[in-house]
Design a protein around this ligand. Structure first.
Ligand code: GAP
Length: 428
């Protein structure tokens, strides 16, 4: 059943234009995915809503957008060159490689061989992706694509303090791509080699009580955000990191996990990074009274791709033979779809087109005049469009249209002149 659900989600994503395999026409590239017309809208909505919550609505957080390619010294200082590793084991029979700490994946592989499995002993495998920069062959600099977006906030700490009015406690927010040479990419977009993160680095005074207070504050804030956007409470939980799994930079850490078809899985980490990063980069802060100190950092680090995947899974429902994505309207790629009842009746098409043009400057509106009306509803349900407007013959007589609600599939007649206000009200 669970595998079936993942298969259905993957198929729906391809069919409706949410997510395609990366470089598909050339056989793909493991661990990469391309977002299609609907996926890109959903992704943008997630990022915009995150930015609104974490930056726009707050007065203690500012944003940055740092370069993906950084001076390699950053990764030496941050500890990633030495410690950003996963334990790799190789199957001696078929030479496939796995993460030794992912016991279920190792066990599942063992079942694929008749012979008694034999493994190499675990070796540290660094996840940073290398790149080569420069124009002279043989004299290029080896650099790393960023393994976490985080370091871009730290290396700009002094720039932000000196160019804005922020005072501790304050945060630096950032959204952007990160790259990891994952040993076993898998579970659709869940473990990819190129993905996007949305992160807050929140700088506080270095005292234990302060750290606990802000850690608790941010873990609650982040959980509330996912719930407010519709992820079912019973599918969310916190999980504390055990000592042996904690990242090299973390004093302590907790994940927000989702009850996915492939088990409870992390999609946001809340990390108490202490003074690890700023002291490694030799950065400090001077208080109003002239006292210099190294701030501590509480980090919230969410995955855009993983949260998108879990928003989709959580919203997916089958009702009779209709499949519907009951996405929160704020997340839905298209807010409204407009149809003429019949594509070959000029009067209906012209009126529907007028409505489409009126709504379009205000929200993402889809147009569909293909096939029969039932098929169009079916397609919009799968796309998660909250409302469908149909212009029929009555519309030409009394200036009303039918508005169909995605979740209840019920229809009501609404005056055309009030439509914009009607949707703005519903979509707030
Ligand atoms: N700066 C801290 C940091 O990067 P992390 O727990 O390694 O922490 C944070 O990553 C989030 O980034 C994860 O919760 C997940 O949502 C996302 N993420 C990490 N690795 C990923 C991968 N291989 N594919 C997709 N998303 C990933």
């Amino acid at each position: 059943m669970e595998n079936q659900l993942m298969e259905k989600i993957v198929a729906l994503c391809k069919r409706r234009g949410f997510i395609y395999p990366g470089s598909e026409i050339y056989g793909g590239l493991t661990g990469t995915w391309d977002y299609g017309p609907l996926g890109v809208l959903l992704k943008k909505n997630i990022k915009d809503l995150w930015w609104k919550e974490m930056v726009q609505l707050r007065s203690d957080v500012v944003g940055v957008d740092a370069a993906i390619m950084m001076n390699p010294t950053v990764w030496e200082k941050s500890g990633h060159l030495e410690a950003f590793t996963d334990p790799l084991v190789e199957c001696k029979i078929c030479h496939q490689r796995f993460r030794a700490d992912k016991k279920e994946e190792v066990k599942a592989h063992e079942k694929t061989h008749k012979e008694k499995p034999q493994w190499t002993s675990p070796q540290k495998f660094n996840l940073l992706v290398k790149a080569y920069l420069g124009i002279i062959e043989g004299q290029q600099d080896e650099i790393f694509l960023r393994g976490e977006i985080t370091q871009g906030a730290f290396v700009n700490f002094e720039n932000v303090v000196s160019s804005t009015r922020v005072k501790i406690p304050f945060g630096i927010a950032q959204i952007g791509k990160a790259f990891r040479n994952e040993i076993t990419p898998g579970n659709f977009t869940f473990r990819s080699r190129e993905f996007e993160q949305m992160e807050l680095e929140f700088f506080i005074r270095p005292q234990d009580a302060e750290g606990d207070k802000w850690f608790e504050y941010w873990r609650q804030e982040r959980m509330k955000w996912y719930q407010a956007l519709g992820i079912k409470k019973e599918n969310l939980r916190f999980r504390k990191h055990e000592d042996k799994e904690r990242a090299h930079y973390a004093r302590f850490a907790e994940d927000i996990e989702y009850n996915s078809p492939f088990g409870w899985s992390e999609f946001e980490g809340i990390h108490h990074r202490g003074d690890w990063d700023l002291s490694r980069h030799n950065l400090s802060y001077v208080d109003d009274d002239g006292k210099k100190f190294t701030p501590w950092v509480i980090e919230t680090s969410g995955g855009v791709d993983r949260s998108l995947l879990f928003f989709l899974i959580d919203a997916y429902a089958e009702e009779g033979d209709r499949k519907v994505l009951k996405l929160n309207p704020k997340l839905a790629p298209y807010k409204v779809a407009v149809f003429p009842l019949l594509a070959n009746k000029e009067g209906l098409v012209a009126e529907a087109r007028k409505i489409y043009e009126v709504l379009k400057p205000w929200m993402m509106v889809a147009w569909d005049a293909r096939g029969n009306i039932g098929k169009r509803y079916f397609a919009q349900d799968e796309a998660g469009t909250p409302f469908c407007v149909t212009v029929d013959f009555q519309s030409l007589e009394d200036g009303t249209v039918t508005v169909r609600d995605r979740d209840s599939a019920k229809q009501e007649r609404v005056k055309i002149v009030t439509l914009l206000e009607y949707f703005q009200d519903k979509l707030q």
